[in-house]
Design a protein around this ligand. Structure first.
Ligand SMILES: [Zn+2]
Length: 312
């Protein structure tokens, strides 16, 4: 049994797991809210405490540490470039700090790359050679597996599926540009578009008008769309159309064996997958391309970190 530690540095939670690397099973886990206001050092301290508990309680020696980080990571797989959520991560030598503190070899990837690798080895991506993974959540991220290995790109910016430019004069994206897929189909974008339309005359008859604008989320839009609300359906289906176009465009470039979609918005189930598959079927060149839900749920970050240790 090869035991490793998988660490998941997210914007809302920190998770650590003891993983059986051959089976891809999490044998024990620790989770705590990300201490966002206290910066990078507090997150690192909290994570080290959880990792030490897992290592001390492990039934056999632990061989390494793999990290899924919620932000861009340098091409060396060791240094964090920055976090959009937590201050203090700029050019942070995360792999070296963890390796020195825990005495184990450590490697780091961004969360989209790590999730792609986890689904490829342990989840909905098993059985293909080439995989495209997208996470559709507050933002949109992704990862690419080519020939069974994670493809990071020359400077580790590959897999940024959310920043495919689909509508150059479109709404602003958190990346500072306009009209990226993320600006058209992420959870934040769906909520923003619904708020905009609720201010127009047609908004008064929508069931979403009862929700305070600041509290309105993509989940509200999904629920109202499922209930037949016209405004919510229009916003939701437009976003799903863009998501389908983004997936088809990326797939036409890569010809993956399968596309796996994870992230909070995929909990909408058929409401998301039906329109996305419809658009992908029309736009993708490969008639056999399939789009399937991710399989690993909340453990995807832990398993993605761990899966990095199968790459070396
Ligand atoms: Zn962007």
């Amino acid at each position: 049994m090869t035991l490793v530690i998988g660490l998941d540095f997210g914007g809302t939670k920190l998770a650590a797991g003891l993983v059986d690397l051959a089976r891809g099973t999490v044998l024990a886990r620790r989770v705590t809210p990300t201490p966002v206001a206290r910066g990078a050092a507090a997150s690192l301290d909290a994570m080290l405490t959880m990792a030490r508990e897992l290592i001390d309680g492990a039934p056999a020696p632990v061989h390494g540490v793999g990290v899924s980080f919620g932000g861009p990571v340098a091409a060396d797989g060791r240094t964090v470039r920055l976090s959009m959520h937590v201050a203090g991560w700029e050019n942070f030598p995360l792999a070296d700090r963890l390796s020195n503190a825990l005495g184990l070899p450590t490697t780091v990837a961004n969360d989209g790359d790590a999730a792609a690798l986890a689904e490829f080895h342990f989840g909905a991506g098993r059985g293909v050679q080439h995989l495209l993974y997208l996470t559709v959540s507050t933002g949109i991220g992704g990862g690419i597996i080519i020939g069974g290995r994670l493809y990071r790109g020359e400077r580790a910016w590959a897999g940024e599926a959310g920043h495919q430019v689909l509508k150059p004069d479109g709404p602003p994206c958190p990346c500072g540009r306009n009209g990226c897929l993320e600006a058209l189909a992420s959870g934040l974008s769906i909520a923003r578009e619904a708020r905009l339309r609720l201010r127009r005359p047609e908004g008064v008859s929508s069931m979403l008008a009862a929700i305070p604008p600041d509290a309105l989320t993509a989940q509200h839009v999904a629920e109202a769309a499922a209930a037949g609300d016209a405004l919510a359906r229009a916003v939701w289906n437009e976003a799903m159309g863009w998501l389908g176009i983004g997936i088809a465009s990326a797939a036409n470039l890569l010809n993956p064996g399968r596309v796996v979609l994870g992230g909070g918005l995929t909990r909408a189930g058929a409401l998301l997958f039906d329109p996305v598959r419809h658009v992908v079927a029309r736009r993708a060149i490969d008639p056999d391309l399939t789009v399937v839900p991710a399989a690993l749920g909340d453990d995807v970050g832990i398993l993605g970190g761990a899966a990095l240790l199968r790459e070396s």
